[in-house]
Design a protein around this ligand. Structure first.
Ligand code: ATP
Ligand code: MG
Ligand code: MG
Length: 377
């Protein structure tokens, strides 16, 4: 079977790697230059988008910020999973909020801000502290503002007004700042016939808006796992979703609030390459290719450490027990996601020990989230 992936980054690459044993052939559409490329070598096929659509049995996506005209062209072929609605909901926070309300799942109280009057409304409904996010094109905490106290509201409005004027097709979503205990994510898959399998919850540690570390050690309560699965089912069924879907959540006491969704495989699911029998990439391809889903259970407690802005790690990391290094083949840029390290152990306590050993080879300046986590645990 032949699969076209919209987007040609590391997620398409890791899909292609896991597609080989399933006899699935992948090509990637690099949206920027509008080129069809090999997802591993990056070599270009002399193929237009419409030729690639004809070539493909199935079209899927590795990111949500896809121009609407490309989405529509793909949707028309009847081969795209997940469909355009799901991808738009992941790429536009206004549509995302609408979806969460339709699916009836708890999320942060919010107001959509398009002008001065709606900004005032946000102030009176949400008060402070408040998080403000551009509706489109945000990732890694980019396109966000924080309002800590009412005193700063007028100065912030000047900034927001300038942003709205420069971006006439944008809106801003104001959200109540949630005093969460921790952040988790649920990655799961839904098939054409509506069957669902989810992975265990990952606990995520961000540093300056960027994911640094995900831990999956099976220590989240059964009640929380069950609640997360219900939320997943509600959202995936509302969308009639096919493929892997990731949901970022805030944990407040024993209650979950949805932060955002990603209609694709997700950074916080990379642990599944070593920590589960069947990875998120493998299960995504199975879902869209109409194959049965594989085992999503935790095989072994796993931590995933993002490698940001570095193109090498100490050689000792490669020989660490239970450890795998994954590179994305990208050129080095400050802060860029270059690869990740999966560290596995027999149990949760041993995982911490193992991470402490690993952290000796990963300097604090480059791995602040990891060190912060270890200091607090
Ligand atoms: P991603 O790279 O995950 O797509 P993003 O740019 O889409 O990130 P969000 O996930 O919405 O941004 O926000 C980034 C981080 O900011 C969250 O992981 C969380 O730590 C914090 N945050 C976002 N919204 C809220 C909120 N309503 N209350 C408290 N913290 C928040
Ligand atoms: Mg996001
Ligand atoms: Mg996020």
């Amino acid at each position: 079977m032949q699969i076209l992936v919209l987007g040609a980054g590391q997620l398409a690459r890791m899909m292609a790697l896991d597609g080989l044993p399933l006899n699935l052939e992948l090509r990637a559409f690099d949206v920027g230059p509008g080129k069809v490329v090999h997802p591993l070598s990056g070599d270009s096929y002399e193929q237009s988008l419409s030729q690639a659509i004809d070539w493909a049995d199935v079209i899927t996506s590795e990111f949500e910020h896809i121009p609407y005209d490309v989405l529509e062209t793909c949707e028309k072929s009847g081969k795209m999973y997940p469909d355009a609605r799901a991808i738009k909901a992941g790429g536009d926070r206004c549509q995302e909020k609408q979806l969460l309300d339709e699916a009836n799942v708890a999320n942060a109280p919010h107001v959509i801000i398009t002008d001065r009057a709606s900004f005032e409304q946000a102030l009176s409904k949400l008060a402070t502290p408040m998080v403000l996010k551009s509706a489109r094109a945000g990732y890694d905490g980019k396109g966000q503002w924080r309002l800590k106290s009412m005193e700063d509201a007028q100065a912030l409005w000047q900034e927001l007004a300038a942003f709205l004027e420069a971006n006439p097709h944008q809106a801003i979503v104001g959200e109540k700042m949630i005093p969460f205990d921790r952040e988790v994510s649920l990655v799961g898959a839904r098939t054409h016939d509506g069957s669902i399998k989810v992975y265990p919850l990952a606990v995520n540690h961000h540093y300056q808006g960027v994911l640094n570390l995900s831990i999956v050690d099976g220590k989240q309560s059964e009640a929380l796992e069950a609640q997360a699965q219900q939320i997943f089912e509600a959202i995936a069924n509302t969308l009639n979703y096919v493929g892997v879907l990731a949901i970022e959540l805030f944990v407040v006491g024993e209650k979950l609030l949805v932060n955002e969704i990603a209609p694709r495989v997700h950074n916080s699911g990379h642990w599944s390459q070593q920590g589960a029998f069947v990875s998120q990439f493998d299960n995504h391809l199975r879902a869209v290719a109409n194959l049965p889903l594989g085992d999503t259970q935790l095989r072994t407690p796993t931590a995933m450490i993002n490698i940001l802005g570095q193109d090498e790690v100490a050689p000792d990391i490669y020989s660490m027990p239970g450890t795998r290094v994954h590179w994305y083949g990208k050129s080095k840029r400050p802060g860029r996601k270059m690869g990740h390290i999966n560290v596995t152990a027999q149990d949760a306590a041993q995982l911490i020990e193992q991470l402490n050993v690993t952290a000796k080879w990963l300097p604090r300046e480059q791995y602040p989230g990891l060190h912060e986590y270890l200091e607090n645990s």
